[in-house]
Design a protein around this ligand. Structure first.
Ligand SMILES: [Zn+2]
Length: 265
């Protein structure tokens, strides 16, 4: 279970009910924090840490990396890492919009990261969304060591890639809100036929009421649909379902488990 935290304004009004809900369910999660937010509002990640969740890094400025030059991406990650590391040690990374640079593993390995979670394996938005990278279709669906030259392929990098669960559509909050829970669970169950690990991701801004969201996505129908309280209720119903099916794990714990198993093999 993962969350992306980008929005500074109004973040607490979306964050506090969510943290309370996770406490009630005794679930520990991974929150990917934007470096810019960590710089400007360190109280947001501090609040998350006080509930014993994991903090990981989401870059600095939130530009997609796939079309940017290598040096731009490297600088943005270094800046983001420096900002988030002021708050706590981080071992995990996620590229903005799940759009990594091909050589992302090379940068993360040099910065001492243990894992990355930027590849939406088997995702293809059919031009509805913004992620139509054919490399996603070829990427492994379960955790793997990526290549330093191409994050979408297996290789010998020391970092671990933990992909987002997808089949065509990804298990993201925006998909859940627009599909409705019943269909979304059908999608999740289909993905479970080829992956034991189900990684779901939702943004903190999705828990804001549409009228409170200061960003222009209010005008986009599928971003505006079922937000705020309705999202929180649907999210809790999804948690209730998942609790009967398996256990929750923070990505740092999962990465350490996989690394230690490999060492003993
Ligand atoms: Zn993001």
């Amino acid at each position: 279970m993962t969350f992306d935290v980008e929005l500074r304004k109004l973040a607490p009004s979306a964050l506090i009910p969510l943290l309370d809900l996770l406490d009630r369910h005794k679930i520990k999660c991974t929150f990917f924090i934007l470096g810019r937010l960590a710089d400007r509002s360190p109280e947001v990640p501090a609040e998350i840490i006080s509930h014993d969740h994991e903090i990981a890094c989401h870059g600095y400025a939130h530009d997609p990396y796939d079309k940017k030059p290598f040096n731009y991406v490297k600088t943005d990650i270094e800046k983001g890492t420096a900002a988030v590391s002021k708050i706590c040690d981080v071992v995990g990374f996620r590229a903005p919009y799940f759009r990594p640079h091909k050589k992302l593993a090379r940068i993360l390995e040099n910065l001492g990261y243990h894992y990355d979670s930027s590849v939406p394996s088997k995702r293809f938005d059919l031009f509805i969304g913004r992620t139509n990278n054919p490399y996603n279709l070829l990427a492994p669906a379960t955790p793997y060591s990526p290549s330093r030259e191409n994050i979408f392929q297996r290789g010998s990098s020391r970092i671990l890639e933990i992909p987002l669960a997808s089949f065509g559509l990804p298990l993201l909050g925006v998909v859940m809100r627009n599909m409705g829970l019943k269909l979304f669970i059908t999608l999740k169950n289909f993905i479970s036929t080829f992956s034991d690990l189900i990684m779901f991701d939702i943004h903190i801004w999705e828990f804001l009421e549409a009228s409170d969201d200061p960003v222009k996505r209010q005008t986009i129908f599928f971003h505006r649909r079922r937000k705020g309280k309705e999202t929180l209720q649907m999210f809790e119903a999804f948690l209730n379902y998942l609790e009967q099916k398996g256990k929750f794990v923070m990505l740092s714990t999962l990465a350490e488990d996989i690394r230690s198993t490999r060492r003993t093999l």
